[in-house]
Design a protein around this ligand. Structure first.
Ligand code: S3P
Length: 423
């Protein structure tokens, strides 16, 4: 398909619901007692996979007037699925659900699409096994089979910065006979901690140490999902790099563990303002106002990386345009996403005239580049496809993208919104 090109942005609008929060709302709703209602749920393919997995384990989940209702059946109320649970492309689903399945009274197998079959699962199998879980895998890759058993608490020093791993352990800890402590090197997104507390779990947080103590039950809640900052970031980037743009994105999550990209953009000189800051179910949200801006390069490494992990493809794009050169370090986790994003984003942006050199744990990005449209490849990765759609806005001709369907994974309304706000 030909992507929109040579455009500016204006207007005030909403983006689709937060992917991380939507997954967690279904999962906690399913194992809580009572009916959980979810407003603003992201109907992207990944979150729909989570719904299907819980339906396959006997949980009633319906939609009424755009509100999802999850009929929770208690911590141990899931039923053995008749066939393997299929998570599609969703790493969050397979990793988090494993924590819940480790202590059910049945065995289950979890599998997914070709990308899922390649992604590392040792990161969850190791801590779950330390808790006493019984797991078989295909050389630490999916499909994985979990034979439910009783679990003990652990003290776990996270070897990598990963919210999926942390959340998997936290979910398993709900079933353990004693407290579980997780120590993070750098803070990763904390939606699980916030939502678990909201549902009545006993979670204590002291800097990078999280302690979860045994509970009898979770209690169903009403949840309103805010806009996804990772989805908003595509339009934030677009408004910054195009001329005469001015947008306001309403109701977006600005959880401090998610806004590393915005913090860096502001250091680069971006004109971004948070309006109407407020809280929604324990999550900080705001309306985000963005004006076209001239940006200067800024290196990134260390603790900021997990706070902007999904936005690094966009960071590579914006750093190619900014004034000066940029070094990205400590980002080797990018190799284990839906695609190897160090490789895929460098390859695609270099086709457009960028000069990005891949390194072992990041990239070296030359700035002050102009993009020239050509044919590009999404590598079946939603965030690469959307980053290329934003790059096309600063080209004088359209980028031709091989496939846009992967965008439905996280942001089904992406093109509809893009068409409405470009002029
Ligand atoms: C997510 C955590 C991140 C992120 C993913 C969603 C989550 O993955 O990349 O899009 O919802 O917990 P890692 O924890 O593997 O870094």
């Amino acid at each position: 398909m030909s992507l929109l090109y040579n455009k500016s942005l204006k207007g005030s609008f909403f983006v689709d619901g937060d992917k991380s929060i939507s997954h967690r709302a279904i999962m906690l709703g399913a194992i809580a007692e009572g009916i959980t209602t979810i407003k603003g749920f992201l109907k992207g393919e990944d979150c729909l996979s989570t719904i299907q997995c819980f339906k396959d384990m006997g949980i009633k989940i319906i939609e009424e007037n755009n509100i999802i209702k999850v009929y929770g059946n208690g911590l141990k109320g899931l039923k053995a699925p008749a066939k393997a649970l299929y998570v599609g492309n969703s790493g969050t689903t397979i990793r988090l659900i494993s924590g819940i399945l480790a202590s059910q009274d049945f065995s289950s197998t979890i599998t997914g699409d070709n990308s899922i079959l390649k992604r590392p699962m040792e990161r969850i199998i190791t801590p779950l096994s330390l808790m006493g879980a019984n797991i078989h895998s295909n050389g630490y890759k999916a499909p994985i089979t979990i034979n439910g058993t009783s679990l003990n608490g652990i003290e776990y020093h996270m070897p990598i910065d990963s919210a999926q791993v942390k959340s998997c352990i936290l979910l398993a800890s709900l079933y353990a006979n004693e407290k579980t402590t997780i120590i993070e090197k750098n803070k990763s997104r904390n939606h699980s901690e916030i939502m678990l507390r909201y549902f009545g779990a006993n979670i204590k947080i002291d800097n990078n140490t999280i302690t979860s103590s045994p509970i009898d039950k979770l209690i169903a809640k009403d949840i309103e999902v805010c806009g996804d900052i990772s989805s908003a970031s595509f339009f934030i980037t677009a408004a910054l790099i195009t001329k005469n743009s001015h947008i306001i994105i309403k109701n977006v999550g600005i959880n401090p563990t998610r806004i590393g990209f915005l913090e860096v953009l502001i250091k680069m000189g971006a004109n971004i303002k948070f309006l109407n800051e407020r809280y929604l179910n324990g999550e900080k949200i705001a309306d985000i106002e963005v004006f076209s801006s001239k940006l200067k390069a800024c290196d990134i490494n260390g603790a900021i990386i997990p706070k902007m992990i999904d936005e690094i493809p966009l960071f590579a794009l914006i750093s190619s345009i900014a004034n000066g050169n940029t070094i990205v370090k400590d980002a080797s986790e990018l190799k284990f996403k839906e695609s190897n994003r160090i490789k895929t984003i460098s390859t695609e942006l270099n086709k457009l005239g960028a000069n990005i050199i891949e390194t072992e744990d990041g990239m070296i990005i030359e700035g002050n580049k102009n993009f020239i449209a050509t044919k590009c490849n999404s590598h079946n990765d939603h965030r690469i496809a959307m980053t290329l759609a934003i790059a096309s806005l600063v080209c004088q001709e359209p980028i031709i993208l091989d496939d846009k369907s992967c965008i439905n994974i996280s942001f089904p309304n992406f093109f509809k919104i893009l068409e409405e706000i470009t002029y």
